[in-house]
Design a protein around this ligand. Structure first.
Ligand SMILES: [Zn+2]
Length: 332
């Protein structure tokens, strides 16, 4: 009897061991790191620096830290130097490499604050009437001084593609401006209207499929920023613009790492300490995100069905833009 029990116990142990050695499905295989702007597109301007350089610095450090933290994950970069891959190319590269996560690094900017200050009245003399009836009239005209001061806005924001918000239009336009400035914009994007029904439909599909994952990561990123004492302006949603988030067939976030228009933050964003800290926060967030995927048993494989469908949709969309343009060129 004892022998039988022992045999059963050891069989059970061997079984458990074998089971635990079975490879767990990977929750994340490929991460695309996108340093915003680049080359002739400098992005937002600060007192002494450009957004594009900060983006590249943070993206490079993020890559180094992720490689150490998650050595099994394949990392791909949309750019590793001061070049400007078109947004079209970035999205296609991410889709063709079947990325499981797209992280876009940016820097925020806020317009200067305009002031109007009363400086006193000015006596203005004028004359009414003609000849003997001519009369001198004096009146007081208030004088103002107009000036602007740097916008004190500071802190981080992490965007995902989502619900419609009008106030985000301005930011969206700024982030999409380089796309409009691309020399072969017409060829690559045609007359694509990011507010068109087709584009919205494609994007809504993406929202449904990847919203929860994108939102979870965005929340985790902001959590990490808050932990190190940054002003976290939170996880936000954007529907207008952010072409690169819309055209990528995977969960995606856009991190605004700080304000270049705030002098203290500009110093921080350009410093080794600042860039390392930002990269560290995002790395911790990705690590926690992977834990969340594991806990919820959402594997990369599991997402593949919708991922492939979304990739097909995204490709079809990009192709339709090309076709549209070819048709236009034949007409000309
Ligand atoms: Zn930007």
């Amino acid at each position: 009897m004892l022998k039988k029990t022992l045999a059963l116990v050891s069989l059970f142990l061997v079984g458990t061991l074998l089971f635990s050695f079975q490879e767990k499905p990977k929750v994340l295989r490929t991460i695309i790191i996108d340093a915003g702007h680049g080359g002739k597109d400098v992005g937002a301007r600060g007192a002494f620096s450009y957004e594009k350089d900060i983006c590249l610095g943070v993206a490079t450090r993020l890559g180094e830290q992720l490689a150490r933290t998650a050595p099994d994950v394949k990392l791909l970069f949309t750019r590793t130097d001061d070049s400007y891959p078109e947004l079209h190319t970035r999205a296609r590269m991410a889709n063709q490499n079947k990325g499981d996560l797209f992280i876009s690094i940016h820097v925020n900017a806020a317009p200067p604050v305009q002031h109007k200050e009363f400086t006193g009245n000015k006596t203005v003399v004028s004359y009414v009437g003609k000849g003997k009836k001519r009369k001198k009239v004096t009146r007081q005209v208030p004088q103002y001084r107009y000036y602007s001061t740097p916008n004190p806005a500071k802190g981080t924001e992490t965007y995902i593609w989502g619900a419609h918000k009008n106030e985000d239009k301005e930011i969206a336009m700024r982030e999409n401006a380089p796309m409009l400035a691309e020399e072969n914009f017409q060829q690559n994007y045609g007359d694509v209207d990011v507010n068109s029904a087709d584009f919205i439909a494609l994007s809504l599909l993406k929202t449904k499929q990847f919203f929860k994952r994108s939102a979870t990561l965005a929340g985790l990123v902001e959590e990490e920023f808050a932990k190190v004492g940054r002003v976290s302006r939170g996880q936000r949603q954007r529907q207008v613009g952010i072409w690169v988030l819309q055209a990528t067939a995977m969960p995606s976030v856009l991190v605004e790492t700080g304000y270049i228009t705030n002098r203290a933050e500009e110093d921080y964003l350009n410093s080794d300490k600042g860039q390392e800290e930002i990269a560290n926060c995002i790395t911790s967030a990705v690590k926690n995100y992977m834990g969340w995927l594991e806990k919820n048993q959402i594997s990369a494989q599991q997402g593949l069905t919708t991922g492939v469908q979304k990739q097909k949709d995204a490709e079809a969309f990009l192709n339709s833009i090309d076709a549209q343009e070819r048709r236009r060129q034949t007409v000309r």
